[in-house]
Write a new protein. Structure first.
Length: 682
């Protein structure tokens, strides 16, 4: 956005092509990248007085040597040296390990600066850094950078310093004065400088606050601008369904809707009826009944003469959705078509043709559905299921497929509310926060793998009562590196155990789609009582007679995923159980198992997981749709995120933002990001 920040990093004196290569792994390509390559923490060398010292903390003190050092040797290389030091009229002991060679420098009466770990009870400092004389102020806080490859911290610091020399004065200020004033934030130049060269912690904190806000504001501006533009320029369809017809449809469903389902149905139908183009996220915990909501909306669409598509991530899920939708829609004479990778040849040709002619009005499929050669006659509604993993860009690409269909994203991943509004700031959000009546809470237990015999006894009891069980394993085959149970082994063990009494099926990602389909069919028809599987059954699969979910190596899964897996049971009238076989070594790992046994509520679980691990882990690596922030942390700084969201919404809706000079950089940023090429939006 500004020439200086965008200059290639080789413009910095001392950085040639070779050095530039070394900076690439750190994703430093421009002068701006270099100047904004911030330290991830600071080493504190601020000299403290005796009374400021806290037990077990790493501290720096200045004192006078009061004794000859004594050194004890243990073998050739090991030694322990101790010396008495006077600070603030109190004698303490300084201990050095394996640094006997320093003894000559510790002369009686000389002043020294010592850094190390403080033991308040023994008045002892275990020294990690020693300097002669009083080393005060100068390097009070030392920035620590992460480096990679051949690049050393020293060289990196040199580059940053040089970049400041040449370009420091030209760092532009993207934020308007009024915002800086409102939040008492330092200017950009000052903040960037202070993060590299802080005078003290407070200054660093202050500078960080500024950058966090700026990062969030950019992010939210993009979201809010998308949202505004798609609303304004939306030539979205008005889908003129007949309300009474929908009411009749709902009345004839096999069950009454929950209040929450009714509420979200209204929200979605309102969007569809309005000329705005719908861009809505529907969140609902596993089993909350999203499928029927989708069915109602699709019904509304086709009654108004439009086609509707449901897009899902896996073939199995697509097939299941076809079944459940068919069951709901067949009584109304509506055909539900399937289009996935395994629909081939003549069948595919025929399906595609009928879609193009508008003879097939409801199509369920994988990504293949909305790709090139598939043309809809009149596509009015696209629903995606379990696609929370999409980022903002992908969401936009999807919306731009077809001719301005309304888009509904469904997800069972319970995204904490605080995050949802921010991360999905460009969308409207509907939440199903209520389970269908009469659902029994799944009982979850955590046990060590050694207890397998007892787990199998329990399984047998359930099976004898006519129920079915899932057994989930992390990997397909034995791996050298990971000592994990694998589906194939476990399948063999269970077959051996249950012999001919029960049928054990096996399902994993390497099976041919038609084989998967077979296995799944057999399981739904109760021809197989135990289904051993990898996580391919994770999403959406619905077999209400299954009441037991056993998960091997549960500590290897994320909480969100465990919750998804658990959601495969508890879908019918019978009491269901989830057993986690896990032996986590870390405290966090144990805590996660406890969280699973404590709560069935996906939202509670996600909040606690978030506290425990942060958002990156929660969503699965790099799949959150969140940009990479340089310093901001969505969890830690969520208040700033919320403030930035409100400010961004206000800004994009103000005239001044688009016309005033003081917002130039922010507006330019949006242009650069392609947000403003609004014509393309629809
Ligand atoms: P999910 O939100 O996880 O996709 P589903 O749509 O698969 O949940 O619904 C789970 C089960 O609950 C299905 O068997 C469905 O028929 C049933 N169901 C959905 N809504 C209701 C309701 N209002 N009352 C009773 N059962 C319902
Ligand atoms: Mg579902």
């Amino acid at each position: 956005m500004n020439e200086v920040m965008n200059l290639p990093v080789t413009e910095v004196k001392g950085i040639g092509e070779e050095s530039a290569k070394q900076l690439e792994p750190l994703r430093i390509y421009t002068v701006g990248d270099l100047l904004e390559y911030f330290p991830f923490r600071y080493e504190d060398y601020q000299v403290k007085s005796l009374e400021e010292l806290r037990h077990e903390e790493r501290v720096t003190i200045v004192g006078i040597i009061q004794s000859e050092p004594t050194v004890r040797y243990f073998g050739k290389k090991k030694n322990r040296m101790s010396v008495r030091v006077l600070i603030d009229q109190v004698l303490i002991t300084a201990v050095f390990f394996n640094r006997g060679f320093l003894r000559k420098q510790l002369t009686l009466g000389s002043e020294v600066t010592l850094t190390g770990k403080w033991d308040q009870h023994r008045l002892t400092l275990t020294v990690s850094d020693f300097q002669k004389g009083r080393q005060d102020g100068e390097r009070a806080l030392e920035p620590i950078y992460s480096v990679a490859g051949k690049l050393t911290t020293k060289t990196l610091k040199k580059y940053i310093y040089q970049a400041f020399q040449q370009f420091g004065d030209d760092i532009p200020e993207p934020l308007p004065l009024e915002l800086l004033d409102a939040y008492k934030l330092p200017g950009k130049k000052e903040a960037v400088f202070r993060l590299h060269y802080p005078t003290d912690r407070l200054a660093a904190k202050h500078a960080r606050r500024r950058i966090v806000y700026e990062e969030f504001l950019y992010f939210q501006l993009k979201m809010q601008a998308f949202r505004k533009l798609s609303r304004e320029q939306s030539t979205g369809r008005t889908i003129p369904f007949d309300k009474e017809e929908i009411a009749q449809f709902i009345k004839k469903l096999p069950f009454p809707l929950t209040n929450a389902q009714q509420r979200v149905v209204n929200e979605i139908l309102n969007d569809m009826k309005s000329p705005y183009r719908m861009n809505r996220l529907l969140q609902g915990d596993v089993g909350s009944g999203k499928t029927v909501v989708a069915a109602i909306c699709m019904y509304a669409a086709i009654r108004a003469g439009e086609q509707a598509a449901l897009m899902v991530p896996t073939e199995i899920l697509a097939e299941q959705h076809v079944q459940s939708l068919q069951a709901l829609l067949q009584p109304f004479g509506i055909e539900v078509a399937l289009l996935t990778g395994s629909v081939k040849g003549k069948k595919r040709k025929e399906t595609v043709e009928r879609i193009a002619k508008g003879e097939l009005n409801i199509v369920v499929g994988t990504h293949a559905l909305i790709q090139e050669d598939v043309h809809f006659h009149q596509l009015g509604l696209v629903i995606t299921d379990e696609q929370h993993r999409f980022g903002v860009e992908q969401r936009r690409i999807l919306r731009d497929k077809g001719e301005t269909p309304d888009v509904l994203f469904m997800t069972a991943t319970p995204i904490p509310r605080t995050l949802a509004i921010s991360v999905f700031g460009d969308m409207d959000v509907s939440i199903i926060d209520e389970m269908p009546a009469g659902r029994k809470a799944i009982e979850t237990y955590w046990t060590k793998p050694e207890m397998l015999e007892r787990v199998l006894a329990f399984m047998e009891k359930e099976l004898l009562a006519g129920r079915q069980a899932y057994v989930i394993c992390p990997l397909i085959e034995e791996s050298d590196k990971l000592d994990v149970q694998n589906a194939i082994d476990v399948h063999a063990v269970l077959q051996q155990h249950f012999q001919s009494r029960f049928h054990v099926g096996l399902m994993h990602g390497r099976l041919h789609p038609s084989e998967k389909d077979d296995v799944m069919q057999q399981f739904s028809r109760n021809q197989i009582q135990i289904l051993v599987s990898t996580t391919v059954v994770e999403v959406g699969v619905n077999v209400p007679n299954a009441t037991l979910m056993v998960i091997y190596d549960a500590e290897r899964f994320g909480l969100a995923q465990l919750h998804q897996l658990r959601g495969r049971v508890g879908r019918g009238e019978h009491q269901s159980y989830c057993i986690l076989l896990a032996d986590p070594k870390s405290e966090v790992g144990k805590e996660r198992m406890r969280i699973m046994t404590d709560t069935n509520d996906g939202f509670v679980l996600s909040e606690r997981d978030l506290e425990l691990r942060g958002p990156g882990d929660f969503f699965g690596a790099k799949q959150s749709g969140l940009p990479d922030f340089k310093v901001a942390d969505v969890v830690h700084d969520y208040r700033a995120l919320e403030v930035a969201r409100q400010d961004a919404a206000k800004l994009v809706n103000s005239r001044a933002f688009w016309e005033d000079e003081s917002y130039k950089y922010l507006a330019l940023y949006l242009e650069k990001e392609g947000v403003l090429s609004g014509e393309k939006l629809d």
